[in-house]
Design a binder for this molecule. Sequence first.
Ligand code: NAD
Length: 457
Amino acid sequence: MIPELLQLQKDYFKTGETKSIAYRKQLLKQLKVELVKRESEITSALHNDFKKPVFESVISETANVIAELDLTISKLAEWTKPKRIVPSLLNFPSSDKIYSEPYGTVLIISPWNYPYQLAFVPLIAAIAAGNTAVIKPSELTSNTSKTIYDIITTVFKPEHASVVEGGISVSSTLLSQRWDYIFFTGSVSVGKIVAKAAAEHLTPTTLELGGKNPCIIDETANIKLSAKRIVWGKFLNAGQTCIAPDYILIHKDVKQRFYDAFKTEIELAYSKNPMQSEDFARIVNSKNFDRLERMLRNENCVIGGKTNAGTLYISPTVIDEPKLDSEVMKDEIFGPILPVISYTNDTEIDNIVSTYDKPLSLYVFSTNSAKSKKWVQTYSFGGGAINDTVIHFANHKLPFGGVGNSGIGAYHGKLSFDTFSHKKGIVKKGNWLDLPFRYAPYKGKLKLIKIILKWLQ
Ligand code: NAD
């Protein structure tokens, strides 16, 4: 079935219909109508999948998909227009242009943690750029996966965009095919599987992966506000956010004040018993619950540390001074557990941050601009924020993506369109003049060509 679907899409792409800009725009508009109409169905599916609060679904899933759609619809004519480039005098007389052309048939594999927007934002760009697309949503959020299937089936012909549901075996079959582009969001380990499969066919890829995101709080930080913003960014989606702060490095002089403020902010956000709060999501499945629960063993939980396997609940938790070789400091946490390690000087920060691969995000809380700038410039990471968490995601003008182990490529806004477009450079040469210097025989021309090349530099 998968090879047949792919062939169907390849044949359809060849007809050229997806290249019509008017048609792309019309489909994106139809998609918007469908997404707006189904908003409550989408938020219900997310709630059924892991008790994601409706408010969080709107701010982190549906609203940004609509924003991305609106932007794409309004800018499509501008983005698709061949871009005139200043020609090189070496080619005189000429006019140069960059054409954005679709790759062809693209595969989008998405994860479960933001299962709706991480499927739709790439899809919108893929269609806008004139490709056909197959989406493979995560099997762990089956309600959202089904909703995505229903929406795509309603708006698109299968040869233009399709959803293939399923788990690892379906994903592996998809990856064994020859695609023109693969856009993968998920874990580092699966990212490597995707990269290997893509290499087999030399298929270009975007890999949106994860990592261990440090959050540095120095002695000059506004502690109360820092605590409030970290509570929000860490416990949004119950900590199951690729760009959530993973661990805190805090100056020892402000640690206790931070703990007091952090506890207060958790209570203000989720009450004294977050298990009863409608605003706190659950862990996606028991495998992840068990993985997270193991991190709590033998640790000093100064806040939270409560779990309930039956409801997949883990309370907002702070672990005080875990060892670097402890379970919680090994890999990306991806849950509502926040280890806090104190430091006294910058070398200690450096020793810890440098232990890990390049993270997807890094956050600095400080009122010392020079120091904040230094940290942001010293470390290599995908993107981040000073004096806040997660919010860099919201500006479509900022590239969103990792570096090194946290990913390859970036998207959002115009960059999403560019990601799914091959940029073709074309020189249109004039015939009214044909300068003789470059042509053989070369005898006697070397000196002159050197002068010309130098002059043109
Ligand atoms: P995952 O890698 O387990 O799964 C992602 C997708 O890959 C799913 O659709 C899944 O079915 C498929 N898959 C799983 N195992 C596979 C295999 N062996 N072969 C082929 N396909 C396979 O990731 P997840 O648990 O769904 O998501 C969590 C991870 O995603 C975290 O590491 C997180 O940091 C990362 N993430 C990154 C971003 C980003 O934008 N950079 C966003 C969200 C999540």
